[in-house]
Design a protein around this ligand. Structure first.
Ligand SMILES: NC(=O)c1ccc[n+]([C@@H]2O[C@H](COP(=O)([O-])OP(=O)(O)OC[C@H]3O[C@@H](n4cnc5c(N)ncnc54)[C@H](O)[C@@H]3O)[C@@H](O)[C@H]2O)c1
Length: 345
């Protein structure tokens, strides 16, 4: 967007696995915005933001930052349980808010968060379902919307992190409740299935296991979560979320139609290189969600900034976030009780 107006002044809460990426993008790539302040609990991360990104002021208390700084927008990339209170405080302070997925973990808190967001219709709120900004998903969606593969019959989503990331995940899950495999991981595919089909699920059946990482049981987490969803007009979806991929970051979606199929990310290729050696014919693979979705993360944040500048509410609404959370929780509930669960949205 070409603009002669002053850049928006923005701050960020959270400089961890994802917050550092958003902060780097805000400081170096995103047009129309200046990252002026950052808040985190880790002093090394705050030093990094000052020294590497030129962030002027840093905080360990987000309320102090919001009360002190003259800012237009805030990016919430702190652990999920903090999202509702941080969003409510920021919206009530008159800020535009970008908040990472999921919206939160507790329904009462998330309902209150939605009420506050809706009571400020002139402020922008955007939730971090960045896969909707990925070029491949957008391309596939156009094919499906054109009717080129006929009617959707079935969808299959894989969201499987590399097992090499287990240590950093375990630290994250130990320090802050992740919400569990369905709420933390499968939620992306839940949102995409709603986006592709235009339907909501009516029933969920969930199963969990810890075969690849039995140590996760000690912190109340499951490594693998599989969900079957039945959508309102009969489409069936299978989602597998996990943290066990030996080869890298496997994020794949398949849409089977009555007249053809599309697959997105069937192989997590790092690039177009194939190595022929004593291991066989080898394709190097992506190793993290950050690498896979770097451009999507940039594009979603640029879209948020553009939306704030022109006063336009984003395509992904708070209600999309609430529905995805309710569906993910229904999958977890089904796994807990071992029964098919009806979904009320
Ligand atoms: N869209 C995606 O694909 C995606 C990927 C990864 C993470 N996320 C989401 O981003 C959020 C953060 O995840 P992460 O992996 O970066 O976490 P992390 O643990 O790596 O980092 C958390 C950051 O928040 C800070 N923090 C913690 N408590 C705080 C508090 N009370 N006040 C201020 N700062 C606080 C920490 O100091 C740290 O900088 C989570 O909600 C997660 O679900 C989304």
């Amino acid at each position: 967007m070409v603009t002669t107006r002053k850049p928006l002044r923005a701050a960020i809460i959270g400089l961890g696995r994802l917050g550092a990426r958003h902060a780097r993008h805000l400081a170096n790539k995103i047009q129309g915005v200046k990252l002026v302040a950052a808040c985190a609990l880790d002093s090394n991360q705050l030093e990094w933001a000052k020294n590497e990104l030129g962030v002027e002021t840093t905080y360990t208390n987000y309320k102090d930052m919001i009360d002190t700084e003259n800012i237009d927008a805030i990016f919430i990339v702190a652990p999920t349980p903090f999202h509702p209170e941080m969003t409510i405080y920021a919206m009530n302070a008159g800020l535009n808010v970008f908040c990472e997925k999921p919206l939160g973990l507790d329904f009462n808190e998330v309902d209150e968060m939605a009420k506050v967001i809706k009571s400020h219709p002139n402020q922008i709120f955007q939730s971090g379902f960045m896969r909707r900004y990925d070029d491949s998903y957008r391309y596939a969606k156009k094919i499906v919307d054109n009717g080129d593969i006929g009617k959707i019959i079935y969808m299959r989503g894989y969201g499987i992190d590399p097992i090499s990331g287990m240590e950093s995940f375990t630290k994250f899950a130990t320090e802050a409740d992740s919400g569990g495999i369905f709420v933390d991981m499968n939620i992306h595919d839940i949102d995409l299935i709603r986006w592709f089909t235009g339907q909501d699920p009516v029933q969920a059946y969930g199963l969990t296991s810890n075969i690849a990482a039995p140590q996760l049981a000690d912190i109340g987490e499951f490594e693998t979560g599989v969900a079957q969803l039945k959508m309102s007009d009969g489409v069936i979806a299978t989602l597998i979320g996990g943290r066990h991929a030996a080869h890298g970051n496997q994020v794949e979606l398949e849409v089977m139609g009555s007249n053809g199929w599309v697959r997105i990310g069937e192989h997590p290729d790092l690039n177009r290189v194939t190595v022929f050696n004593d291991q066989g014919v080898v394709r190097p693979s992506l190793q993290s969600f950050g690498e896979r979705f770097d451009t999507a993360f940039t594009d979603e944040v640029q879209d948020f900034v553009n939306n704030v500048i022109v006063g336009k509410q984003p395509e992904v609404t708070v209600d999309d976030g609430i529905k995805a959370l309710k569906i993910a929780k229904a999958c977890q509930q089904s796994a807990n009780i071992g029964k098919l669960v009806d979904i009320q949205l």
